[in-house]
Design a protein around this ligand. Structure first.
Ligand SMILES: *Cc1c(COP(=O)(O)O)cnc(C)c1O
Length: 356
């Protein structure tokens, strides 16, 4: 059986050493020493110079970002993402206005954003799909012209750089996920990145119920904290992440070498800065995809339709604007197995099955 992904687990003893410390201190959550250590180590590793807030998952990171920026009304967003991108907008009482994507990158098409702006628009929330950056310059220009905030759902982007800078530097806020299935994980977890000091301050209050000391409250908040156990997993994983990224690159390039001239594969925006997070392939039609997926499933090779369905088709989406490209991409994309323990023998088998 070849699953589409397998979480990386650090050597047990490395994790246990950190858990021993947690047992000795008996300090399990509420801004403990391991959470603080992780909060200083991750930005260092990423060469990120702004403010970084570790939270309990990538979805709460999105919700806190929307709340902290005080967004209301309409938020322009992409239909080609994980459901959390849209559900966070709806959950915060805003209306998701979908703008179609660029075919090649599967990222929101900046050329189509301005037509969707109305007096109610407060922000753009875009996803850097598969770890491949959006057209951040074009989006920044539109946002400036129309006084909109920009949030990037950068859940796929651990390690991605764009023009030599961490991708998390872009937008008013970037969010990410450290879920077990992501390239870097803390079992469950997520983070917010912002270069705005006041906003970071607000985010840090918001993720802790709004507490300002034990008996005083700064304002409304939620429980977005993460625990020492999760931070321990993150710290243990961080020691291996350089190797994980190197291996991922080799695996990704192998797929492209083998499949690139036969199948429709992802075009990279900035290959030097890519984190090689996912390897999607695109079929001409959904029928073709389903036929191939059936054969792969029968051979116990489990690929994932990621992302599917297009989010403008959700039953709670208010705005169901036609997003033809996103719908077409969602119906024809299959993401291949890619994870640290994937062996070259199994990769060869996957390639053989795809090309047969
Ligand atoms: C994984 C993911 C999320 C959600 O992150 P969680 O940590 O699972 O809450 C949001 N957006 C995208 C694009 C994702 O891939």
């Amino acid at each position: 059986m070849i699953p589409v992904t397998e979480p990386f687990l650090p050597p047990k003893l490395e994790l246990y050493a950190l858990l021993d410390e947690v047992y000795d201190r008996n300090w399990l959550t509420n801004s403990g020493p391991l959470v603080n250590l992780l909060e200083s180590e991750i930005p260092k590793f990423l060469n990120y110079n702004g403010h970084f807030s570790y939270v309990n998952n990538g979805t709460i990171a999105l919700q806190i970002a929307i709340k902290a920026l005080e967004l209301q009304g309409e938020i322009i967003t992409t239909p080609f993402s994980y459901v959390a991108t849209t559900s966070s907008i709806a959950w915060q009482g805003c209306k998701a206005v979908f703008v179609d994507i660029e075919k090649e990158s599967c990222n929101i098409d900046p050329k189509k954003i301005e037509a969707a702006i109305t007096p109610q628009t407060s922000a753009i929330l875009a996803t850097h799909v598969y770890g491949n950056p959006c057209d951040v310059e074009a989006i920044a220009e539109i946002a400036k012209k129309h006084s909109l905030k920009v949030i990037y759902d950068a859940a796929h982007c651990f390690g991605t750089t764009y023009k030599g800078k961490s991708i998390f530097e872009y937008g008013d806020v970037s969010t990410t996920s450290f879920h077990a299935t992501k390239l870097f994980h803390t079992v469950e977890g997520g983070a917010l990145f912002t270069n705005n000091k006041d906003l970071a301050h607000k985010i840090n209050y918001m993720r802790n119920f709004g507490h300002n000391g034990q008996e005083e409250f700064w304002g409304i908040g939620i429980n977005g904290k993460n625990s020492e156990f999760h931070a321990a997993m993150g710290i243990a994983n961080l020691k291996h992440i350089s190797n994980i990224l190197k291996k991922r690159k080799a695996q990704w390039l192998y797929y492209r070498d083998q499949l690139g001239s036969h199948l429709n594969v992802l075009e990279l925006i900035d290959e030097a800065g890519f984190n090689f997070a996912y390897f999607p392939i695109f079929f001409a039609t959904e029928e073709e995809l389903l036929a191939k997926k059936k054969v792969l499933d029968e051979n116990h090779i489990y690929c994932r339709r990621y992302f599917f369905p297009s989010l403008n088709t959700l039953n709670y989406a208010i705005n169901t604007d036609l997003c033809e490209i996103a719908e077409q991409r969602a119906k024809t994309v299959l993401t291949l197995p890619l994870y640290d323990k994937l062996s070259s023998a199994n990769q060869l088998l996957i390639v053989k099955n795809l090309l047969s």
